[in-house]
Design a protein around this ligand. Sequence first.
Ligand code: 3H9
Length: 666
Amino acid sequence: MTSPITTERHDDVLVIISNNPPVNALGAAVRQGLEAGIKQGLADDSIKAIVIRCDGRTFFAGADITEFGKPMQEPALPTLVDMIEASDKPVVAAIHGTALGGGCEVTLGCHYRIAVPSAKIGTPEVKLGLLPGAGGTQRLPRLAGVPLALELTAKGDPIPAKKALEAGLIDRLAGEDRLAADAIAFGRASEKTAAPDPAAIEAFKKENARRFRGFDAPAANIACVEAATRLPFAEGIAFERQEFMKLMMGVQSAAQRHIFFAERQAARIDGVPADTRLRDIKRVGVIGAGTMGGGISMNFLSAGIPVTIVEMQQDALERGTGVIRKNYEASAAKGRLKPEQVEAAMGALTPTLDLTKLADCDLIIEAVYENMDVKKELFGKLDTIAKPGAILASNTSYLNVDEIAASTSRPEDVLGMHFFSPANVMKLLEVVRGAKTAPDVLATVMALAKTIKKVAVVAGVCHGFIGNRMLMPRQVEAMKLLMEGATPEQVDRVHVEFGMPMGPFQMSDLAGVDIGWHRDPTRIESIRDALAAEGRWGQKKQAGFYDYDEKRNPSPSARVAEIIAEFRKKTGAVQHEVTDQEIVERTLYPMVNEGALILEEGMAQRASDIDVVWIYGYGWPVYRGGPMFWADTEGLKKIVAGLEKHGFAVATLLKDKAESGGRFTS
Ligand code: 3H9
């Protein structure tokens, strides 16, 4: 096999070049080639300096994650970085694209760093449940100070070259097209030690406590940076190694790595070749300027794709476009957008009351009231208005997309695009593949999802698709638990302690207790009916399963406790002490069971897609890897036993896997 590493001589400078597509990951062959290149430079007296650069779209984007968990091949990355640092000839890192993780650590071992202005540098290991394990936690604080080292390691977001320059993380900016030449003209520097900065460390921990809740890796990153301020370099490195290995062996990092690959895998569509010719999407139409339609529109406007937004009434249209502007202006006020970007986005929005104005749209997304008759009528009209080849999408969260498609003469152009609220923020998009959806329609929408920075998952046509379908058994059981002795506070606490952003009842209050309510205050058949009849519609009414103050802080409600007590009496539900473990078994295990049914029926392409839905659509804790990965870590036998204990009908796939010692995820 030819090495991904080549060398070039430029008089007295040796340039080592890596070409390991797609992202120059530092796999074994790359590390071996780099080692050989450095040795070649050191052995040749006529060489005065060495440059390391990469071909292709980026500098090294990190260690090769696919090698994790396999036997290590020499040289290990830390050894290689040490070797670079020990070179008595100056080594210069020439950075373009993204120098991430191990890639960033290679640059830290180099004596100089030069980067093009568009480059980014960072250590995202924490997002994989890890820490920079090739000396990064020790070299970063020494070079760029404790505060920046904490930001980079414990949060994991890369910074642009200019900021890295200001922080001393890189030494010089190269011309955008002159990186190789500029790098060759470079010299040597000496190492710094990190100044102790305990106040910065404490403040950082406090500021980010919420963000880091439940995760192991941020604390380990912080501990390593702290060690850099107190231990000699070699001891700091030893400490880093020990912490790195702990994380690497742990379940959290395995879960986070699972999600990294799951997210990319989700983009692949079974039975649709990767080179399928896509349809051009130059203008998008959105029907409905409510919260959903407005949020959906913002995704396209932010990506520079013009949007025609349609409403039925002028005041609703104005309100909707007003909210879009307000959201953009709020981002601008926080410095996330420039005023001209706000104007550019708003300038690309065409509000109208006239449905026929959608005739020039390449994709039309309907985001109107969740009612089959309304949707069918609308799609019938769209059929007469939309140009040939336009994609017609429904943002329905439950309804049968095939039935909607059948109201047009072109069901092959119809699919579901289920955005999650708030649609301009939540990353998940469920793309619902109808029985007749054309492969190129599906492929176009999946590719478009990437353009608008969504993570898209293909779902089949079934009630609630993947996410909401799995939510249903959870909500049903949560209500039953109330009848049997649990309180909303207890059920929610168990979910929050598990790592969810909120529990089932907090979620109901946020979404609206009145959603799906029959609207007859005299018909009270459930606790939910009773709440809705009393106007306890959730946060928007400052009363739902909880009472809320003006700032929407919840507190347990005496009235809700009364309603629950009345219902327990009325139905004669048998009371018992509900333990936290029972709540887990009765609310989370049935989700896994439903996930198994979804797989059995082919409504999701793969178990990891289900995990992606729950991570990006519902805030399932990423360190638990999604419900199906979590089920594997719990043990499928235990899940089956738990389900059977509580009288659930166990899905055949789940049972079979448990019996054969199988897993859902790899
Ligand atoms: C580390 O460095 C540990 C060290 O500190 C310590 C060691 C001792 N390895 O995302 P894309 C694949 S941990 C293997 O679609 P983009 C990816 O799966 C690492 N494969 O492109 C995909 O494959 P496929 C720290 C990798 O342009 C393809 O490349 N580094 C790796 O949207 C294209 O990826 C990170 O965490 C990898 N490291 O984004 C950086 N990275 O085509 C992780 C990517 O088969 N990577 N692949 O689906 C990223 O954040 C993005 O990939 C990047 C490009 C921003 C680089």
